[in-house]
Design a protein around this ligand. Structure first.
Ligand code: A3P
Length: 298
């Protein structure tokens, strides 16, 4: 037993919950039956690493000819939660791919499943993958505050001390965090045209540059005319924390999870208001040990 009192199951080195769409059962069922298209794009993250944001950025960038990013009213991101525009692949798989995937080409999906656990057809088809990682201290705090608000099923509430304890042991859905990050970082070095590795922190530092890198990696670079017209800045503004938070004030994303709960603070370093110096040091030690020799910084 670990996170929120749930039973966790280890599969290929990672922990999964049971009996939800994101659980071990779906993960295994998808392994051999899910059919990827070679044009599919998969956005891989640890929960709370910036999933919602990368979904919005990629959706807006890839679909910028179909949906004008300067359109105040008609752009889908001005109406829908980014998780509706870019669904989790597990949810689409379970619901037999309803309207969404027919509407949008290329198909864009989010997932928290790590590389080694992805359905085999995603590897065989050579799909492009974008990975976003974030400082584990900010993830821990964000997860702690988000998870205690989720009411989609009976859960045991956790104190920050308890969450810290299971997080550092990797006993979280899709944990251990450090293995998840290292695995994608290494594949991104070996196969740079396959995985683009980003950090939440660099996305915050220079969002327009991130948008340009995404467009190039995904095979739809911005033309000089687009850049001159300010399309990169339009996408940055459309997907900003402030804009998305305002759009997502009302309604539920799914049972027990409000749209608004995906937009809390959207800052780098907010952990310092919650974690003790000792907690911070422990996380630094684990992170330094795990990322030794790797060029990953936050
Ligand atoms: P905080 O809780 O630190 O504010 P995920 O999308 O993976 O669930 O992660 C949620 C985190 O990303 C939350 O972090 C949320 O506020 C932040 N976030 C959501 N949209 C964002 C955006 N457009 N820009 C920056 N951060 C964003």
């Amino acid at each position: 037993r670990g996170w929120m009192g749930e039973n966790l199951y280890m599969y290929r080195g990672y922990w999964f919950t049971s009996k939800t769409a994101f659980a071990i059962e779906t993960t295994i069922a998808m392994q051999n039956t899910f059919q990827a298209h070679s044009t599919d794009i998969y956005l891989i993250t640890q929960p709370k690493a910036g999933t919602t944001w990368i979904k919005a950025l990629v959706f807006a960038t890839v679909n910028r000819f179909k949906y004008k990013t300067n359109s105040l009213l008609t752009h889908p991101l001005r109406t829908f939660n980014p998780h509706k525009c870019v669904p989790f692949v597990e949810l689409e798989f379970l619901s037999n791919f309803p309207t969404y995937t027919n509407q949008h080409q290329p198909r864009i999906f989010g997932t928290h499943k790590p590389y080694t656990v992805l359905p085999q057809s995603i590897h065989d088809a050579g799909c492009r993958l974008v990975y976003v990682c974030r400082n584990p201290k900010d993830i821990l705090v964000s997860w702690f505050l988000f998870a205690n608000k989720m009411s989609d099923r009976p859960r045991v509430q956790m104190t920050l001390d308890e969450m810290f304890e299971v997080y550092t042991k990797g006993l979280m859905p899709y944990g251990p965090y450090w293995d998840h990050v290292k695995e994608h970082y290494k594949v991104s070095l070996e196969q740079p045209t396959r995985i683009l590795f980003l950090t939440y922190e660099e996305m915050k530092r220079d969002t327009p540059n991130t948008v340009k890198r995404l467009a190039e990696f995904l095979g739809c670079p911005f033309s000089k005319e687009e850049e001159a017209k300010g399309v990169v800045e339009e996408i940055t503004a459309l997907c900003s924390f402030e804009t998305l938070k305002e759009v997502n004030q009302l309604g539920n994303y799914r049972d027990g999870v409000t749209n608004e709960s995906f937009f809390r603070e959207g800052k780098v370093g907010g952990w310092s208001k919650y974690l003790t110096a000792e907690m911070s040091q422990t996380l630094d030690d684990i992170t330094n040990e795990n990322f030794k020799g790797l060029d990953i910084s936050f």
